[in-house]
Design a protein around this ligand. Structure first.
Ligand SMILES: C[S@@+](CC[C@H](N)C(=O)[O-])C[C@H]1O[C@@H](n2cnc3c(N)ncnc32)[C@H](O)[C@@H]1O
Length: 92
């Protein structure tokens, strides 16, 4: 996942990786999450949201109406997902 490279170049991310709470929106499969795990994020700090799921690790929901409180995450990533939005302002 190319999004990870620029993210991992940020000093604050490198330093705080084990503590950062990260949300992946639209990962589709767990492979995106395993990549985060392999790069130093902790499984318990990784949350995933998608419209469908085959695994309990994903929360099922819509990025336009997320089931999380404000400021729940330090980092949010989303690869090839915003293109499916019909309301970019709300999704962002
Ligand atoms: C093209 S896949 C991208 C998968 C992966 N992130 C990648 O980079 O390969 C788009 C994903 O976004 C999810 N998605 C589309 N609209 C969504 C929405 N409104 N809320 C949450 N997830 C959404 C789809 O279910 C799908 O899993």
């Amino acid at each position: 996942m190319n999004l990870l490279r620029p993210l991992l170049s940020l000093e604050k991310v490198i330093r705080d990786k084990p503590f950062n709470k990260i949300l992946s929106i639209g990962p589709r499969s767990e492979s995106e999450l395993f990549l985060l795990l392999a790069n130093g994020f902790r499984w318990k700090n990784i949350t995933a949201l998608d419209l469908f799921s085959y695994t309990p690790k994903f929360d099922i929901g819509d990025m336009h109406k997320m089931p999380y409180n404000n400021n729940s995450f330090d980092i949010i990533i989303s690869g090839w997902c915003l293109g499916y939005s019909d309301n970019l302002k709300l999704a962002l």
